[in-house]
Structures are given as structure tokens and as C-alpha cells.
Write a protein that binds this ligand. Sequence first.
Ligand code: ATP
Length: 295
Amino acid sequence: METPLVLHAERLTKRYGRRTALTDCDLMIPRGHVVGLVGPNGAGKSTLLQLACGLLAPTAGTLSVLGSRPAANAAHLARVGFVAQDTPVYASFSIADHLRMGAWLNPSWDPALAKRRIAEVGLDPAQKAGRLSGGQRAQLALAIAAAKRPELLIFDEPAAALDPLARKGFMRGLVEFVGELGASAVLSSHLLSDVEQVCDYLVVLCDSRIQIAGPVRDLLASHHRIAGDPARMAAAVEVIWAERGRALVRGDAAARDGAAARDAEPVTLEELVLAYMSRAAGAGAAPRASAAVAR
Ligand SMILES: Nc1ncnc2c1ncn2[C@@H]1O[C@H](COP(=O)(O)OP(=O)(O)OP(=O)(O)O)[C@@H](O)[C@H]1O
């Protein structure tokens, strides 16, 4: 039977020597989502994505991707498309060479999709990849990943280096491909506006640990901002972050609990992410959006 999970981690731990990049991570991400993986620099995002692609092996715990060990065999590799940070390409190969290589290496390669996408984004197949701008390179990498027709697309900060217009085009392409292929996607990003725009599932990773994970809609519904002394808030409410008489809390009780209920306010995705990041950092003040996570 086909597994309903794209990623399933149990007590997943990864150490590089004495440095721990992931600690006891548990995750169950169902199929059919565009997942935003967010967290500060050094949180462990790239490590998690590289483990999912089989480029790294866990130190402890387990991770399965589409029901198998990552990169278990050639057939499994074909089911996962990966776009690495900085979207590396072969500088002396032309775009057409990249597509030929993709066709040669991937049994499920869709030449029509690749060709169509390259034309749609206005790239010249004869152009050497080394002469492409960051945005064009990202579009080429996206076209190659999608032409494999994978079940899961994994992107490590795919649009970080792109200008806002190129980013918008890239993100639109990403969503179109996910829809067209009926695939799932996981993308790491520091750009919460991108995550807000395209992701319907959120994973917050800080300091090597999963802080929270779930469908964006459910997370927004189960968190509120309320006024008052956090120490006196209902036991049913978990205070995630409090500052200057206001708290961001988790729990339905926030919406029903007496005085607090009167001014329980909905939270934005940015507030939610920053609250979990602040809690993990144990800092005295919430990090500014521009410093920790750019919008
Ligand atoms: N090859 C490596 N050798 C040693 N330590 C590493 C290696 N790769 C990553 N690390 C460390 O593991 C931790 C997690 O790094 P990782 O690159 O996964 O974080 P990240 O969340 O992707 O960061 P960023 O947002 O800056 O890309 C960091 O402390 C980092 O220094």
C-alpha cells in the first residue's frame, strides 16, 4: 500500500563530529502539501533536506521518504527531485546539454515538459549555463527537477538570491509544477513572505530541534495573541512567547477563557514563527523580522 507520508522521522539525529545539527526530530508529513521549512541560520534545515535526499546518513534515529530509506535505489531516486542551495549547474554545458543529460539519467524524464518550461521562462537552449543569472539558473534547476516527474520536490532555499520579481516567477513555477505533477514539495526558506504565499504546511526548526509542525491553517487557528500576565493564564494554554503584557499562546482555551477571550486576536504566520524562534533562542526580546527571518 502506498504510504500516506512523504517524510517520516523518528528521533532523527545528525551530528558532524561534536556539532549536533539535528536532535531527536520526530516528523510525520503527509502527502499533498507544499511544506515550508523555516528556522534561523544553522538550525539544521539543509541537514534535514540532505538527509531526505540521501546525501547524508543519520547518526541516530530513522528517516523515511515516500515510505523508503532515502535514495534507497535508482527507482526511489527517480521519485524525488532535489534543488540544492545556490542551484548548482555545469558551467560549460548549455541548457540543451543539461536537458539531454537529464533525459539520459532519468527514466521518467518528460522532454516536452522540460522544453516547454525553458521556453516559458525565456531561456535560450544554446546558452551556456555558466553565463546564466542566478534567477535563470534557478529556473533551469526547477525545470530539470520537475521534468523528472518526481512525487516529491525538495528545495533548499531555492529563491534566496533572486530579486523579488524573479522570486515571484520562481515560486509561481514551483506551485504550478507541484499542481501539474500532483507532487508534494518541501522547501526551506528564510523568506516568510514566500512561505506564506506558497506553503500550506509549516515546520519550524530551531537549534537542531523541531519546534512545531502542521498544516498552516490549523496552526493559525490554534494560536492567539492575548493580553495579560502569562503566569495567570489558563493551564490549558501554552504560552509560547510573552512580551510587554501580551503573549502568543497555543490552545483553544485562549479563545474561550474568560477575560483573555475578549481580546484574543488571531496571529500571522510571521508572528507564529518568530514566537517559536524567540522561545528557542531563549532571548529577552523577539528577534526583528529583518534580522532573523526576512519577509
Ligand atoms: N559539513 C559540516 N560539517 C560540520 N558542521 C556542519 C556541516 N554542515 C552543517 N554543519 C553545522 O550543522 C548545523 C546545521 O547546519 P545547516 O546547514 O543544516 O543549517 P541551516 O538551517 O540550513 O542553516 P542556513 O539557514 O544558514 O543555511 C550548523 O551548526 C552547521 O555549522
